[in-house]
Structure formats: C-alpha cells, structure tokens
Design a protein around this ligand. Sequence first.
Ligand code: PLP
Length: 416
Amino acid sequence: MNPLSPPLPAHVQMAQAPVSRQSFNEVMMPTYAPAQFVPVRGQGVQVWDQNGKDYIDFGGGVAVLAIGHNHPAAMAALKAQSEKIWHVSNWMTNEPALRLARRLIAHTFAERVFLCNSGTEANEGALKLARKYASTHFGEHKFEIVAAKNSFHGRTLFAVNVGGSPKYVKGFGPALPGIHHIDYNSVEQLKASINDNTCAVILEPMQGEGGMLPGTREFLQAARTLCDQHHALLIFDEIQSGMGRTGALFNYMQKGVTPDIVTSAKGLGGGFPIGAFFSTQKITEVLQPGTHGSTFGGNPLACAVAEAVFDIINNSEVLAGVLAKEQHFRRRLAAINQELACFVDVRGEGLWLGAELNPALASRGAEAVAKAHEHGLIMLTAGNGNILRFAPSLLITEAEIDLGLDRLHATLKAML
Ligand code: PLP
C-alpha cells in the first residue's frame, strides 16, 4: 500500500480481511454451528481445509456428493454449459432441463417433471400438487396430509409442519391444520389416520435424519393400498434416499412400491443445487401455466451438472457397487464394534448407514463428530445425535472406506 494513502475505513478493512471459521460467528446468522475448520478444496472423497489438513468425507455434504467432490464429468458439464447460457427464466425452456427430465422419465415411473432448487422446494411443490389434485377432483375438503413422526421434509413453514419434529415448528406460529403424524412403520396408525379427507401421505422410504430407519415393505405397501382406497396420493420423499444412495436409482424400486409423486434433490445435482418432483401425466394435468413456479428452477447450469451425475449413477455396475461396498462397510464397522463395543445397532441401506452408539456414548455423538475432524474424518449424526451417519460418495473405493474407518476407529478409541 502507498504509505501516503489514508488508511482504509474499518468496514472496508473488514470486508477485505481474510476469512476464517471465526468470521462465521461475526457475519452469519446463528442457524448453524459449523465445524472448526473451513474446507477449501475437494477431490473424490477427500477434502482439504485452510491449513492443508486432509479429511476423508463420509458425510458427503449430507448425502449430496453422490459422485464425490469435483468429479471430472460434472466439472466438464458445468464448464461447457457455463460457456453457453446460464439462465433463461421460465418464459423459455432450455436444453439441459429437457434432457434431464427425459432421463428421469425414461428410468422411473414418471411422465412429467417439475424442476426446482432444493429438497424443501420439491416437497412443497409435491404437497401443493397433491392438494390441487384433490381439490380439483374431489373438493376443497380433501386437504389433509398424513406424515410420519421424526420425518424430515425441509425447512419452509409448510415443510416443518409436515415434518415430524415439534422442535422445528416451535416458535413459528400455530401449527398448520390438517396434518397428522403417525409412528413410522406403524400400519395400524396409518390405517387409523387416513380417511376420505386425506389428499396425501408423505413418507421417506427410509428415514434419514430421524434415525436411519428403513421403511418396511409391509408399511410402504400398506400406504399404497390405503392411498388407493381413499383416493389420496402417495408421495415418497427420496431427497436423501434417491439417486443411487441405497443401491437403486430410487429406493422405491427396491421396496416394490410405486408412489404417485417422488421428490428428489441432494444427490440429483451431486453438489450443485437442484431439486425435482415427478409424477404421472394424469395427476399433473391439474396444473396449468401459473399454478406453480420457481425463478431458478430448471436452471441450465444445474441441469447440465445433474445430467452428468445422472449418467454416472444410472449404471448397473455403479449401483451394484453401492451394495457391495455396503457389505464391506458393514464388515469393517462390525470389526470395530467387536473390539470397542461402541454400537448397539448398525442399520441402513446401501452407502447410507447408521451406527447407533451404546448408552454410554449416546449423548456424545456431536463430540465424536468433532473428534473425528481431529483424526481427519468427516461424518454426520442422525436421530438425537446418538447415531453416527455415513453417506459417502457412491464411487468411494474399498481402500478409501478402510482409510476412513481406520480414522473412525482411532476417534472412538480415543473417546473410550
Ligand atoms: N427431505 C429429506 C428426506 C431430507 O433429508 C432433506 C434434507 O436433509 C430435505 C427434505 C430438505 O432438503 P433441502 O435441504 O435441500 O431443502
């Protein structure tokens, strides 16, 4: 700096100073308590922080990084599209959006797709569609929704009300009417809650945030049958379970139950923000231009990346690999448990596993996550923080699983 120039005003100095984890507390709303390090680079399942320390990423950006960090095909798609066109608005359509929708239709039960920007937005749209369908065909009285306790469907006011966690609703005004919560996997409660005023039953085919709890075939099949009996739509929230996470393109395919609407996000963009919900032509006919919309939904950059991600995941070898790697992961977790007796249960599907901590460790999940960072491992929790949750890249190798689990072993050993 020129010694004769006056010092920069404090607010300009602040804006230009290097940022660190401490900056978060100074500038961001306190809705999160992020890790003590700031990731700056990623490659596959590895991440490096501001100090050059490396981590194995078993969190996958909360089940988002389906093909890992910075996959060359996704980067090439983003780069190529960024040189063509970034945004067109919904007054026009665009090629990547149409190609992505075609892929979803070709490989699922869907006949029509709506593209948006996040999981919450996908659920919001799916629930609006279900209400519109019910009011169009049966009348305004048919607006009730059945959802599961401990389910997670996102953070808008509607989504937290539909989600089954009272803690996310408290303080945000009166509960929205017409939403009923049942115990997950309880066929009896489902039967008791659904009636002719029900427009939709929304379920995660496996609960993620709520506790890494696979939905039973019996429960999901009962939901299908009861929805048919009461002319309600069955919505599967596959935002976390979809896009190969459980070893099929979507988890509904493994459960043998076809819903009416599926919501997708997270892995769909592999780290680029995008969401979608898809359904049949008959159901979506109740929508017209203007019924629903989103400024950025179907953004060409997001869709171009999602196309590349889709083509990698929608491959029988990759999907079979997920199931093979699940077995490897489980074997290694069992070996850790045999030595340390730290888990009371290991459950999940595909590369989406939860290890429930024993009663002595159950309140120390967040501590385990922070300790794991010291050992160079990123992982998540679920449930009440008593479950360690793993959702790595679907392309992770067995050697990388071993390296991460060696770090988990060291973390847990240090805590005992
Ligand atoms: N639904 C499920 C099952 C989720 O796991 C999540 C996010 O964790 C959401 C909805 C919300 O998605 P988003 O955070 O993209 O809005």
